[in-house]
Design a protein around this ligand. Structure first.
Ligand SMILES: *Cc1c(COP(=O)(O)O)cnc(C)c1O
Length: 348
């Protein structure tokens, strides 16, 4: 979901942005109008997350998936190994890509538990010579989330925050790099946000394509090539909306309350189940199953008819998944819970 107020504003500005006679889609990315939009979006994001000038904020393309290769290309530098934590489908993909460039040391692997927990930090087998440690703070498919930053070694921390960035405050200074595909919790698809410490960039592996060099993008204000202008603009409107909601502390309170309600409904029923260990449950993506999976289809048909959309679980897991990102209002979660209880009364 995107916030309704943002969609409303975008629709009002669609044909003519503030009397310029142009849609944002029609502007030159180097013109004064678009420069203003882009600069304001970056300033608002810096403000929301408290990002200092020691960090570059980049608005890139190629999705979070391109970061899986950009990170080793930029961060290996003189080293030949990197640490990765495997907590679900997205960490597994990041690991697979990094293996093309270096020796990947999987410091902890939750695969044996079917990705329903975060392996205890004291069991992590870190490599003291790793160039960096990569982890996925929120596993979008498995619904597993770190609620604290894991500090297990002195290696630079790199985090795939695609489905959690902006859901709560974070201390950016603890990270060497944070990245997030925009389409989960930020804006429409087509944009990937990268926050990277400037002293770590500019030392790419030989043969690195120009477009895969963070420093090129930093030096060119993310306009080495034509950026995803409309997605960037919409993300900027979302940043302003977040500030109006009271910023990330306010979002954290709402998001934790939304998740707690839904988990309480699932745990309080013998009809629904969520397999994730309680301390590692995601605020953003809540997978759940019906005890009788033969009812899945009926559940999805009836929920869609009630206006509760895209509840089908990921194809790897089956069942259901409620993604309750920032833009999902608390009333939306209440409606889902009411529907679930009514469905249980009828079919349970
Ligand atoms: C969706 C997602 C990705 C992949 O994003 P793309 O933009 O499709 O490349 C990577 N990591 C996580 C955690 C995701 O949720």
């Amino acid at each position: 979901m995107l916030p309704e107020a943002v969609m409303q504003q975008a629709s009002e500005e669609m044909l003519d942005w503030r009397g310029t006679g142009m849609s944002v889609m029609e502007m030159s990315h180097r013109g004064p109008e678009y420069t203003e939009i882009a600069t304001q979006a970056e300033a608002d994001l810096r403000d929301l997350l408290g990002i200092s000038d020691d960090y570059a904020v980049l608005f890139l393309q190629g999705g979070a998936s391109s970061q899986f290769s950009m990170i080793p290309l930029n961060f290996l530098q003189e080293k030949t190994a990197a640490d990765y934590v495997n907590t679900g489908a997205w960490s597994s993909k990041a690991i697979k890509e990094a293996q093309r460039f270096c020796q990947v040391n999987v410091v902890a692997d939750a695969k044996a538990s079917k990705f329903t927990c975060i392996p205890p930090l004291h069991e992590w087998q870190v490599n003291q010579d790793a160039a960096y440690l990569h982890y996925t703070p929120n596993e979008t498919i498995h619904g597993v989330e770190f609620h604290d930053i894991p500090q297990v070694s002195s290696a630079t921390l790199v985090a795939d925050m695609s489905s959690t960035l902006l859901s709560r405050p974070i201390d950016v200074n603890r990270f060497g790099l944070i990245y997030a595909g925009a389409q989960k919790n930020i804006g429409p698809a087509g944009l990937c946000i990268v926050i990277v410490r400037r002293d770590l960039i500019g030392k790419t592996l030989p043969g690195t394509p120009t477009m895969f060099d963070y420093q090129i993008h930093d030096k060119n204000d993310s306009m080495y090539n034509t950026p995803a202008t409309y997605s960037w603009y919409l993300a900027g409107l979302v940043f302003q909306w977040l500030k109006q909601q009271g910023g990330l502390q306010a979002m954290a309170e709402i998001n934790s309350r939304k998740a707690a309600k839904l988990y309480a409904a699932i745990d309080g029923s013998d009809f629904y189940a969520n397999p994730v260990e309680k301390s590692s449950r995601s605020w953003m993506n809540i997978p759940f199953t019906l005890v009788n999976s033969e009812l899945d289809k009926t559940f999805l048909q009836m929920s869609a008819a009630a206006g509760l959309l895209t509840l089908k679980g990921h194809r790897d897991l089956g069942g259901m998944r409620a993604s309750i990102y920032n833009a999902m209002p608390e009333a939306g979660v209440d409606r889902l819970i009411d529907f679930m209880m009514e469905f249980e009364r009828r079919f349970g």
